[in-house]
Design a protein around this ligand. Structure first.
Ligand SMILES: [Zn+2]
Length: 302
């Protein structure tokens, strides 16, 4: 699903949420109206409210407003005698700041952003559950691993106040590259950023589909707040696609100051020979990149 569709879906969900809250409230009041005494005051109250909304004359308007308020007080008092909470007269919205409209003072409410980010992240990753920093097993960590973990944790805490936006995690199979990428993904999802996690193989496939106009999901990788590419170098190199789209992706994200994490078996020199000079220079840019080398010992065997 593209970003626009997801945005619309979240907007629709908000509208439904709002309508549901209003319906629930209306049904509750309808039931209360079975009670003749409540029904009598409530009918009077709604009549007054309507008159108040219709009138154009200010003095009449104020008088009607007071009358309506008086009736409302009577209703609330009556409700307390039959042990009904007066708040039940109004819809119960999930977000008290925007009343589930998703907008507050012309700006998008935080609750909407949170929902949107969750939806985007789910779509990027098919609701994958990731490892987290708290799952790390200290028994299999050496000094170098601990330093790496601290560095990544600190990066996650500091973002967006970070200058390094290309993080290359280099290590052999079983060195814990994927684990670390997942920890970062998990941490950033919890901080409400949109996270796109792809294996290099999946990314290559998205680029191929995009190239032939079959799907535009590749564009999501450009837009996500955080992109993580796992196991760069294991994908086949497709002519006119792999190098071109990878460069475009990394370069566009770098220009827009969007972080990209890469895990790979390849040394930077191997990246140069497998891809090209432009990709190498983007990933190796000293001002913007951190290179993390993991020990090659296979931790899965420990
Ligand atoms: Zn809200």
């Amino acid at each position: 699903m593209n970003k626009y569709k997801i945005y619309n879906k979240v907007k629709q969900d908000f509208m439904l949420k709002r309508v549901r809250a209003q319906e629930e409230c209306e049904n509750f009041i309808e039931n209360l109206r079975q009670n003749p005494q409540f029904n009598k005051i409530y009918t009077e109250y709604t009549k007054k409210e309507l008159e108040y909304l219709k009138t154009k004359y200010e003095d009449e308007n104020i008088a009607l407003k007071y009358e309506a308020e008086d009736l409302k007080n009577q209703i609330e008092k009556y409700l307390s005698t039959i042990n009904v909470d007066k708040s039940r007269l109004y819809p119960h919205y999930e977000c008290p700041i925007c009343n589930d409209t998703g907008v507050v003072g012309g700006k998008i409410c935080k609750c909407f952003l949170k929902e949107l980010n969750t939806a985007l992240t789910k779509d990027y990753n098919n609701s994958a559950t990731f490892n987290s920093f708290s799952n790390c097993n200290p028994k299999i960590m050496n000094e170098n691993d601990k330093k790496t973990l601290d560095l990544l944790k600190t990066w996650c805490e500091k973002y967006p106040n970070t200058t390094k936006i290309n993080i290359n995690i280099i290590g052999g199979s079983g060195s814990g590259k994927t684990f670390l990428l997942e920890c970062v993904a998990n941490e950033m999802i919890n901080r409400n950023f949109s996270v796109c996690y792809k294996t290099a193989f999946e990314l290559n496939e998205l680029a191929r589909q995009y190239h032939f106009g079959k799907s535009y999901d590749f564009a999501d990788c450009l837009d996500a707040d955080i992109l993580l590419i796992d196991d760069l170098g294991t994908e086949p190199v497709l002519k006119n696609i792999t190098k071109e789209y990878l460069y475009n992706l990394i370069n566009t994200r770098q220009v827009n100051f969007r972080p990209t994490f890469i895990s790979t078996n390849l040394s930077l020199e191997n990246i140069l020979s497998r891809y090209d000079e432009r990709i190498f220079s983007r990933l190796g840019n000293k001002n913007l990149s951190i290179n993390i080398k993991l020990d090659s010992k296979d931790k899965r065997l420990l």
